[in-house]
Design a protein around this ligand. Structure first.
Ligand code: GLN
Length: 411
């Protein structure tokens, strides 16, 4: 090294003049949901936080994946998805929702619906675009908006039935609205949007020429006769809807990371390009197995829903007995609860303010059960400060262990 060498690398620490990290990445934290799973492992808590099943996936599905590897489906599938899976997805959608998509031009298979959502946002958002989001919302939608450069406009779902105010929703739409993100059945509330509600949203999308991006990952997990209606099936909406779904929840394979987006051809071209450069493609043998999964008989879905109905009853009882105020879900596999009856001391030791994060920490470390703090689902932490979310996608022995531990909790 010579003393005359002026080409010194700037120090990342002292580089005040140039921002070394992305301003976008600085605007959000790591996922609290996934952090809760790590804390549950660390403290040996029963994990009712992150929504992943702890029971076996269907045997025929695992066999299909083993067979696909044995048959050497080991190289990249076509970027936008293996043909048998694309065919199976569009066939199933036509069967269940009565809407036909072209497997050659209207579907993109991604690494889970998480990537599908991100690819969709990156494919349609321009600077200045707004996206309407119901709140509480699934955590990912916040960072998705930041990363794609969309401005989120939040519209409240209100307890106890998580209904929305039509005037508030109408006021959130305007000339800058590019899309509304709809998640039905809903995480974290368990709300299943009715046809009437969907029609109201449809009319706003058509009036403002906006997309409806619908996350339908819990479509088969329904209770009390609730029906799942896809926005794509409503008159006038097929070409304004982008349907996101995946194998994770329906087939209990959240770690396989196979999801997809159904969208009209122009949008699909853009989504496919983004997806190609984000990930190239989802795991090829698991896509092959996906084609088997999507052709399972109706009895599979009936059994899945019936089994979750039992688990819902089980956890509702446990939580009520432990002093939580529960909001009974009509779909998906979460229970949002109100924790104000515990009058738990919040940050700074104030007994007046119930604090979801302090309460969740107490539940993990002292009681031995992990949940997700309510604030993870709101833009302003204060709005979720009296709520925590439980999941019941767990086997009976897990729910029994949670019951035993929660019995130690006192109002
Ligand atoms: N959807 C699940 C949840 O809300 C898990 C999401 C994830 O971690 N990718 O808990």
């Amino acid at each position: 090294m010579t003393t005359s060498d002026s080409r010194q690398a700037p120090s990342p620490v002292g580089a005040a003049a140039r921002r070394m990290l992305s301003a976008k990445a600085e605007q959000f934290t790591e996922s609290v949901i996934r952090e809760m799973t790590r804390l549950a492992m660390k403290h040996h808590a029963v994990n009712l936080s992150q929504g992943f099943p702890d029971f076996a996936a269907p045997a025929e599905l695992k066999e299909a994946a083993r067979q696909a590897i044995a048959d050497d489906f080991n190289q990249y599938a076509i970027t936008w998805g293996a043909k048998p899976l694309r065919d199976a997805v569009v066939e199933k959608f036509a069967r269940t929702q009565g809407v036909r998509y072209d497997p050659e031009r209207e579907i993109t298979v991604c690494c889970g619906s998480t990537e599908a959502m991100m690819a969709v946002m990156l494919a349609i958002i321009n600077p200045g675009d707004e996206v309407v989001v119901f709140e509480p919302f699934y955590e990912n939608y916040g960072p998705d908006a930041i990363l794609s450069g969309a401005t989120p406009k939040f519209v409240k779902l209100r307890t106890p039935d998580w209904s929305f105010d039509e005037k508030e929703l109408a006021a959130a739409f305007g000339p800058r609205t590019k899309a509304i993100i709809l998640n039905t059945p809903n995480n974290p509330t368990g709300k299943v949007f009715t046809r009437g509600e969907l029609e109201f949203i449809r009319d706003l999308c058509l009036r403002w020429n906006a997309f409806c991006i619908t996350d339908e990952i819990y479509e088969h997990i329904l209770y009390d006769g609730a029906q799942h209606v896809s926005m794509a099936s409503l008159d006038g909406m097929r070409d304004h809807t982008i349907v996101i779904n995946g194998m994770s929840k329906t087939y209990s394979v959240t770690g396989w990371r196979v999801g997809w987006a159904l969208a009209p051809p122009e949008a699909t071209s853009a989504i496919r390009k983004v997806h190609d450069f984000l990930t190239v493609g989802a795991a090829a043998p698991l896509q092959q197995a996906g084609a088997t999964a999507l052709r399972l008989p109706q009895s599979y879905y009936d059994k899945l829903a019936a089994s979750y109905a039992e688990k819902r009853e089980r956890l509702l009882k446990i939580l009520e007995q432990s002093g939580f105020t529960v909001f009974k879900p009509r779909g998906a596999y979460y229970i949002m609860t109100d924790i104000s009856r515990f009058r738990f001391p919040g940050a700074g030791g104030s007994a007046a303010a119930t604090n979801d994060v302090a309460f969740a920490k107490y539940l993990i470390e002292t009681i031995g059960v992990a949940v997700v703090p309510g604030s993870s689902f709101y833009r302003n932490a204060q709005d979720g400060a009296q709520q925590v979310r439980f999941t019941f996608c767990k086997k009976e022995s897990t729910l029994a262990a949670a019951a035993e531990r929660l019995a130690k909790l006192h109002v």
